[in-house]
Structures are given as C-alpha cells and as structure tokens.
Ligand binder design. Structure first.
Ligand code: ADP
Length: 518
C-alpha cells in the first residue's frame, strides 16, 4: 500500500512568531530602551484601541510606571485610546536579543476589568454582610436590654403613636403588643386625664428634654380591664432615623405608694401615741413636782418643830440631861438636819424640774459672797483639820442670784470637805475669762474615777468607791448645782484624779443677763 504523504505548508519562523503573538488573548507590547513601541499585538489593539501601525515607533501611550521585571504582576488602571478606563494585570519581562544584549521590556497586559469589578463587588458584599450582621447583633442586644428592664418601656412618635414597647409594658397594661403598636399612648391613661395628657405631649415637643424618674407629676395608668394604678414616668427624647421620638420609662409604683401610705399611717399613729404619752408624762411630772413641793413643805414644818425643841432640850434649860440622853438628842438632831437637807434638795429639784425656779438677779461683789460661804463652811473644815484658801480678788461685780450663787459654792465646798480626808486642803479660785467669771473649788481628796465623772451630776448618783463611809449626802447636790449654774447661763464641769483630788469649775457669764440669754 502506497503511503500518502501530506505536505506541511512551509512556515517562516517570524511569521510563526507573529501568528503566535496575535493568537494570545493578552496584550503583548515590546518597548525598547527609549520607551518606543516596537511590537503591538492584536490583543493590544483590541484592548487599548490603537492599531499597531499607528503606534509603532512612537512612545508608549499608556500612563504607566513600568514595573521592575522581577516584581511580578501588578494591578493597574489605564486609559484606552477612547478615554475609557480599564483595569489590567501588568507583567513586565526583560527583552534581550540572541546575544543576550538588553533590548528593552516586554509588557504583557491581561484585561482584568471584570475580575476587578467582581472582586470589588465581593468586598462590598462582604462589608454589607458584616454590617448587616453587626446591626442584627445590635438589634438583638437592644431587644435583650429592652426586655430585661424591670420597667415598661414605650417609644412614641410625634403624633403620640406607640412605635416600640417591651413585654413589661404589655403585662403592666394588660394589652398585647399588636393592640398597642400604632395606637396612641393616651390609651394607657384614664379618660379624665387624656385631654390634659395630649396637651402635655404637644408642649413636650416644643422643648423636649430628659425628665428623670420621680420628678414632676404623680400620674395614673389605666389597664385594659379599666383598673387604674399610680405610675412614675421618665421621658427622654430620641433623635432616630424616623425623626424625633420620645422614650417613656413607666414604673408601677402601687406597691411603693401602698407602703408609703402604710408607713405614713403608722407614723401618724405613732406620733399621736407619742404625743398622748408625752402629755401623760408631763402631767405625771407636774403632779409629782407639785406633790413633792407640797410634801416638802408639809414635812419641813414638823421637822423644824422637832429640831427646834430638841435644841431647846439640849440647852438643858428645861432640866439637866445625862450623857445617854445627850447622845440620843445628838442623833435626833443629826438625822433631822440630814432629813431637812434632803427635803430642801428635793424641793429645789422639783422646782427646777417644774420650771418654777425663779432667779432673783442682782449685782453684787463676788468676794463678799465667797466670804460668807467660807464663814458657814469653816466649822466643818476645822473639824477635819483641813485648810481652806480663797483667791477671788480683782473680779468684776457679778450679776446673778446671790443666794443661788452661794448655794452653788456651798454645795461644791461641802462636797470638797466631805470627800477630802482629815488634814487635806481646799482652794477656791475666781478668774476672769473673756465673757464670764470662772470659779473653781479644788480639793486634795479621794477623787472620782474617769468613767464616773459625768455620772456624778445625775440625780441620786453617789460614787461607790470614793464615798465609802461618807453616806450622809443625798446624791442630789451636784444635780441641783449643775441646774443652778445652767439657769445662770453657765457650765459646771469636773476634772479629777483618783487619790489626788478633784476640781469642780463653773462659769457665770458676765453679760448673759443683760443680753437676755437667760
Ligand atoms: P452627795 O449628797 O452624795 O454629795 P452630790 O450630788 O453632791 O451628792 O455628789 C454625788 C457624788 O459625787 C458623791 O456622792 C461623791 O461620790 C461624788 N463627789 C462629789 N464631789 C466630790 C469631790 N469633791 N470629791 C470626790 N467625790 C465627789
């Protein structure tokens, strides 16, 4: 069988290369060292609009920075001959001749317009999706917050229509979401208040401002079943995409109001009871003081008789007494004196407590008054071999109740004598302060423990340890003394050290009386 040979058409290498170049879907351009176009294939003509004949031997018409041959593919945007911009991927490779001499650069351009658009759209889509996702997340978070709030929350538009609400609002007012959405907010307000509320609402839009809870009116809410309940409302304007709206947070304060009412009732009842009790106490106090005053008076009269007659008998004008009888009379006198002191103290205290103590003010010389007190105390001081000194010179005239002033001093001095062992010393001092004269009575006696120094001014209080063996007091002296000092507008205080002695000081204001402070 004869072999059939199909002759291959002869192809010149340059033609073959050209055919290859023109078959490429990419634009292939060769530029020499000066940037002049040497080669421009068909795809370049189609992509960029210039024909090879038009461009060959001319500078590259593209406004591109030629990339370094090694830098691979770069995305570029270039203008075609007709001015339309296209996206392309550009790759540059060196162009050398057969001897290896560098001739220029070979540019390969792949049209990437669609690809870039698709990429851009993809990126855009991804952005949008992310945005939508985060918006959905925000919306969810907002919903969660809305529903987690313990109060009813409503959002109302300019016309008063409800545009948003939470479940608490549904429950609080007894309506479903569907019933409320789009309805006016006045639905939730008792009829007789609706017109007024609509006015308030319109006014609010004129000057929308945040109004916190608890400020403004106590309002009433109305449930679907018609029942009403007290509410507290806070308002805040919200500038939303749909225009200005107002968010209302509504709190049902029925329980709080009930609790407040209950509390008020209890308080009133309690106050009433307290007033009643105070009245009773006052009355009892008054009766006690009156009783004490009259009793003291009634007791003093027979006591004076007892004291007077026993003194008469001890003078032995009515007959001689033997030693035993004298001792008995001594007991009668001592205890009668004690009883008289107690009665006098009680009378004073009842007068003070009943507010019936009247000071008789006069201007007098303190020195003379102190001297008189010293005279009456001296026998007691001498009986205990104590020494007493007074430094009250250079004092201004006092304006006080002279008798009461002497009583104050006598009380302090007799305590000093009483609670100072034999041979001790007692001092009276007077000093001029800014607006008062301060008197002090110091002793070298038993002293008073710190924790009892305030208690000694209480009625009937006697220091257990220090006054051991000295029981003839009444425990009323310092209580009365402090009252008397206070009545003069002054202060009585004590400084003391156990075993070393005590110092009682009191002030008599200089101008208190004149200034009307007393
Ligand atoms: P009494 O009639 O007992 O003296 P007071 O009210 O005058 O009553 O005093 C109360 C108590 O204060 C006294 O019993 C005594 O314990 C204590 N006290 C008063 N003055 C002194 C003093 N100068 N030194 C020590 N203790 C004193």
């Amino acid at each position: 069988m004869a072999k059939i040979v199909v002759p291959m058409p002869a192809l010149h290498p340059a033609e073959f290369l050209r055919a290859l170049l023109d078959a490429s879907p990419n634009a292939i351009i060769a530029v020499d060292g000066e940037g002049t176009v040497q080669l421009w294939n068909r795809a370049a003509e189609a992509m960029l609009g210039w024909s090879e004949s038009e461009i060959r031997g001319r500078p590259l018409p593209l406004d591109v920075q030629l990339p370094k041959p090694s830098s691979g593919e770069t995305e570029i945007r270039i203008a075609r001959k007709d001015g339309v911009s296209i996206d392309a991927d550009l790759r540059a490779t060196p162009w050398s001749d057969a001897q290896g001499n560098r001739r220029g650069t070979l540019l390969i351009l792949a049209d990437a317009t669609d690809q870039h658009r698709i990429q851009r759209e993809l990126v855009e889509l991804t952005h949008q999706e992310q945005k939508a996702r985060s918006e959905a997340r925000l919306e969810r978070r907002f919903r969660e917050l809305l529903e987690a709030a313990p109060d009813a929350i409503l959002e109302v538009d300019r016309e008063g229509r409800i545009v948003l609400l939470n479940r608490v609002a549904e429950k609080m007012f007894g309506y479903s979401r569907e019933e409320l959405l789009g309805g006016t907010v006045e639905l939730l307000i008792p009829e007789h208040l609706r017109a007024r509320h609509a006015d308030y609402r319109i006014q609010y839009w004129h000057s929308p401002a945040t109004r916190p809870m608890g400020i403004g009116l106590a309002l009433q809410g109305k449930r679907k079943d018609g029942s009403q309940f007290p509410v507290e409302i806070s308002l805040s304007p919200v500038d939303s995409e749909e225009g200005l709206r107002v968010t209302a947070i509504i709190r049902d304060i029925s329980e709080r109001t009930q609790a407040e009412d209950r509390l008020r009732a209890i308080r009133e009842e309690y106050t009433h009871e307290l007033e009643e009790r105070n009245r009773l106490i006052e009355r009892a106090n008054r009766l006690k003081s009156e009783f004490l005053a009259s009793m003291s008076h009634e007791l003093r009269t027979p006591l004076h008789t007892i004291i007077g007659f026993s003194e008469l008998l001890t003078e032995e004008l009515e007959g001689v007494l033997d030693e035993r009888q004298k001792r008995f009379f001594g007991h009668i006198q001592k205890d009668s004196q004690h009883l008289l002191e107690l009665i006098n103290d009680l009378l004073d205290l009842s007068k003070i407590e009943a507010g019936k103590l009247q000071l008789r003010r006069e201007v007098f010389d303190a020195r003379a008054a102190v001297e008189e007190v010293l005279t009456s105390i001296r026998p007691l001081v001498q009986a205990k071999s104590q020494s007493i000194t007074a430094a009250v010179d250079d004092l201004p005239a006092l304006e006080a109740d002279r008798t009461r002033f002497k009583q104050i001093l006598l009380n302090l001095l007799s305590n000093a004598v009483k609670f100072t062992p034999d041979g001790g010393s007692i001092t009276i001092e007077g000093a001029l302060l800014d607006e008062a004269v301060e008197f002090s009575v110091s002793d070298t006696g038993v002293g008073i423990p710190k924790e009892e120094q305030e208690l000694v001014f209480d009625k009937f209080y006697q220091v257990g340890q220090t006054s051991k063996g000295v029981r003839e007091g009444t425990g009323l002296g310092l209580a009365i003394t402090r009252h008397l000092v206070a009545e003069h507008g002054g202060k009585l205080s004590v400084a003391s050290q156990v075993g070393r002695g005590s110092r009682f000081s009191f002030t008599i204001p200089l101008s208190a009386f004149k200034a009307g402070k007393v």
